[in-house]
Design a protein around this ligand. Structure first.
Ligand SMILES: Nc1ccn([C@@H]2O[C@H](COP(=O)(O)OP(=O)(O)OP(=O)(O)O)[C@@H](O)[C@H]2O)c(=O)n1
Ligand SMILES: C[C@](O)(CO)[C@H](O)COP(=O)(O)O
Length: 231
């Protein structure tokens, strides 16, 4: 059944989904690869559409797959599909430009984080609504972290108490994200990085283990297991 988005919602979600998935190995663009019989992107969009605050979803698809992605997502939720760029940052910029007037909170969410629960979408949006201009979900770093030289010899042990692993969705007041992308230079790996460069404080909220980024084959196997066991 096609989900309905909330016409009174205040959140637009941009979904960069144009990556190749090189680290996953040869195959179709990552967002279109199957997870328990459905493309990663379908899992991701279904969960976004289940978040009550979401008014708009814009997907940046691989340029050659725009028509296919429109057809794929039509039964899932009403979404806008645009062609993505060569870098994640460019894909986000194209999607941002396609957001209609209305939503004043914009979330950016990797298609590759296909099992992200709607509750995380809501908690990030709520933190922006509460007055934080930029919000990221984070998890503590669980391993010891070493700085290593080019010769693979350890230079030192990093104090991990101040480190966090960063997930998506990352949430922003719309004007803040728009300004950060307008000022962007060389591509960065996340949108909060662009906002940081503008001097805007970025607030952390608790992330979710289910928001793992499916990057390597092990991650896909883990996601399959999580789905099979009720994730
Ligand atoms: N030009 C790009 C590159 C990445 N992405 C998206 O950004 C998210 C995070 O990127 P990542 O998981 O690293 O995906 P890939 O770039 O596809 O991975 P790889 O580096 O292994 O090719 C993904 O949903 C991916 O589709 C995008 O929209 N446009
Ligand atoms: C945006 C992101 O998912 C936050 O962890 C991450 O930075 C994407 O990085 P990648 O190198 O493109 O996987």
């Amino acid at each position: 059944m096609t989900a309905q988005l909330n016409p009174r919602g205040d959140v637009a979600v941009l979904v960069p989904a144009a990556g190749a998935g090189v680290r996953l190995g040869p195959g179709r663009p990552k967002a279109l690869r199957p997870l328990a019989g459905e493309p990663l992107l379908v899992h991701a969009v279904r969960r976004l559409a289940a978040a009550p605050s979401v008014h708009t979803i814009v997907v940046a698809a691989p340029a050659a797959e725009v028509a296919a992605v429109r057809a794929l997502l039509a039964p899932v939720a009403p979404v806008t599909v645009v062609p993505g760029g060569a870098e994640r940052q460019a894909s986000v910029a194209v999607a941002l430009a396609a957001v209609p007037a209305g939503p004043e909170i914009v979330l950016v969410h990797d298609a590759a984080r296909a099992l992200t629960p709607p509750e995380l979408v809501e908690s990030v949006a709520a933190a922006v609504r509460a007055g934080h201009d930029a919000v990221i979900p984070v998890l503590p770093v669980v391993d010891t972290v070493k700085e290593v030289g080019a010769d693979e010899v350890v230079l030192g042990t990093v104090d991990r108490s101040a480190l966090r692993a960063v997930q998506t969705p990352q949430g922003f007041r719309r004007a803040v994200l728009t300004a950060a992308h307008a000022a962007a230079g060389d591509p960065l790996t996340d949108d909060a990085g662009l906002v940081e460069k503008q001097g805007v404080p970025v607030r952390c909220v608790p992330g979710s283990e289910y928001a793992l980024k499916i990057t390597r084959p092990f991650d896909l196997a883990l996601a399959e297991h999580l789905l099979a066991t009720g994730g």
